[in-house]
Design a protein around this ligand. Structure first.
Ligand code: SIN
Ligand code: NI
Length: 250
């Protein structure tokens, strides 16, 4: 395989905690995956429809088409090059901001939600399956915030939750990254990020693939009410995540 990301992209990711990779998949592929995503949403009866987004998890275990995207060797190679440590899949999820949903996704870090112990690195690929201009649930990042220390699970509906815990971020510049269908961003699991409400007539369809350090061990903890948490079944505290449900990347 060709080099999945350039040296400049690796440097930018490690400095800023996120990077945009244009055209990680083709436009036609993005359209095919977007159709599969909307069909999966329509098939599933009791999908949690949070105001911020309609949320479906673990598509790779349920949908043949989206499985291809989650297990894409191109995404995997890019994630591995950025992280610099061997990775496994943690989980995938579809985040669909419905037309005129009226709710942003407020600033948060991802890592504090996860039951991970001893992780050297975890990151997400956020793949735009439709065009995502700034008006359609576009992501914003705070460069360098992945270097922040001290973390707690942040409330995605509370605009000030993260800022109260980390007031040094209040005056930091933010970078908003519109994406064309087929582009993606990778973000470090500690990078502060948010997404705008969808002000348009079309759904914002993003497929997010989450990767974790292959050596991460399970750190069980209390689940908040309604919290969508992916945990290894039948695994004791302090044991690595099993390969069957959390496949190591090739
Ligand atoms: C969103 O797409 O609305 C949020 C994505 C994320 O938190 O990673
Ligand atoms: Ni997030």
């Amino acid at each position: 395989m060709n080099q999945p990301v350039t040296d400049e992209q690796v440097v930018a990711y490690r400095r800023d905690g996120f990077v945009r990779i244009p055209g990680i998949i083709g436009e036609d592929e993005a359209a095919r995956y977007a159709r599969a995503a909307l069909a999966a949403r329509d098939r599933q009866k009791d999908v949690p429809r949070d105001p911020a987004f309609t949320h479906l998890m673990q598509l790779w275990q349920q949908d043949e088409t989206l499985r291809e995207l989650t297990l894409s060797p191109v995404l995997a190679a890019a994630a591995t090059a950025l992280a610099g440590v061997p990775l496994r899949l943690y989980h995938d999820h579809l985040l669909i901001k419905e037309p005129h949903n009226g709710a942003p996704t407020e600033f948060h870090q991802d890592q504090p939600y996860w039951p991970h112990l001893g992780s050297r690195h975890s990151l997400s690929a956020w793949v735009a399956l439709v065009d995502v201009p700034t008006t359609r649930g576009c992501m914003t990042f705070i460069p360098g915030s992945h270097l922040l220390d001290g973390r707690h699970r942040q409330d995605l509906r509370d605009a000030d939750n993260l800022m109260r815990a980390a007031p040094e971020l209040v005056w930091e510049p933010r970078v908003t990254v519109p994406l064309r269908a087929g582009d993606c961003t990778f973000h470090h699991s500690l990078t502060a990020h948010s997404a705008s409400p969808n002000l348009t007539d079309d759904p914002r369809v993003a497929h997010v693939v989450v990767y974790m350090d292959v050596e991460t061990r399970y750190d069980p903890r209390e689940r908040l009410v309604g919290e969508p948490l992916v945990e290894p079944a039948g695994v004791a505290a302090g044991v690595p995540f099993p390969d069957d449900d959390f496949p190591p990347l090739p």
